[in-house]
Design a protein around this ligand. Structure first.
Ligand code: MF3
Ligand code: CO
Ligand code: CO
Length: 254
């Protein structure tokens, strides 16, 4: 495993890519309402990224992925493919945006409730977001990747949620997915040591039911085997000399 350390010029480009990805999530928010199709959301994001940001939607044609964003509804864990189905009141949906600007990637996702959602769904969404930020808080030189996974798993399981294991956070830069694999479970003090200049994502996926998943015949859509609700949040994080900087922070999080 070789984790790249980014220099100042790469970090500046990653800051820009991260900001653009965050901006897409802010742009799409008012459109995530009952009756909209995920294809419409995909088109809006695609056009915004290409025409307004003069950037590239990284998912499009990535290993054969057919759309510009991922939309993962209800029991879909991740990598949902936008389609003609309309969102309805009470659905929860993760929108995952990755843009490439000046050769560098920014990757971020958040959960949206469609109209009013159930308290069960809301709680899952909130704890999953909290687990992401607990994980982010661990990030500083000298900590280990196990420290991140440990706090996420602990919070999830103490709330009787399960952590999906098949998908991880990842290093990111010129490549969409680089070393290391950032696990969302594990033991404190284990794994590689975190160093300044590393950039990686943290993107925990928590299920209300069991952690087991399966991938649908389309080769992408990952769903919970027991069809329980699943939530995910993702940020791209830079390790600084004294901690971290979230490159994909949105206004609402500042
Ligand atoms: N954005 C996803 C991640 O967080 C990866 C999506 S791959 C795609 O790593 F092909 F489905 F877009
Ligand atoms: Co990612
Ligand atoms: Co992503």
């Amino acid at each position: 495993m070789s984790i790249t350390i980014k220099n100042e010029s790469e970090i500046s480009k990653m800051r820009i890519a991260g900001k653009l990805a965050a901006d897409v999530l802010e742009m799409i928010e008012p459109f995530v309402v009952p009756g909209v199709t995920t294809n419409e959301l995909d088109q809006l994001c695609h056009d915004f990224i290409v025409n307004e940001q003069q950037a590239i939607p990284a998912p499009l044609n990535y290993r054969g992925f057919p759309k510009s964003i991922c939309t993962s509804v209800n029991h879909t864990i991740c990598h949902g493919i936008p389609n003609e189905k309309r969102l309805k009141k009470g659905d929860i949906v993760n929108i995952d945006i990755t843009v490439i600007k000046d050769e560098y990637h920014g990757d971020t996702s958040k959960m949206f409730g469609v109209g009013q959602i159930s308290p069960y769904a809301k709680r899952l969404i909130d704890i999953t977001q909290e687990s992401l930020f607990l994980g982010i808080e661990q990030v500083k030189p000298g900590a280990t990747f196990g420290d991140i996974g440990h706090v996420i798993q602990k919070l999830a399981e103490s709330n009787r949620y399960s952590v999906v294991r098949e998908f991880c956070g990842h290093g990111i830069g010129k490549k969409f997915h680089e070393d290391p694999h950032v696990m969302h479970f594990g033991k404190a003090g284990e794994g590689e040591t975190i160093e300044a200049g590393m950039i990686f994502t943290i993107e925990p996926m928590l299920n209300i039911g069991k952690r087991q998943m399966k991938v649908l015949k389309d080769g992408w859509t990952a769903v919970t085997k027991d069809r329980s609700l699943s939530a995910q949040w993702e940020h791209t994080i830079l390790v600084t000399d004294d901690g971290h900087e979230v490159l994909t922070l949105r206004q609402e999080e500042m």
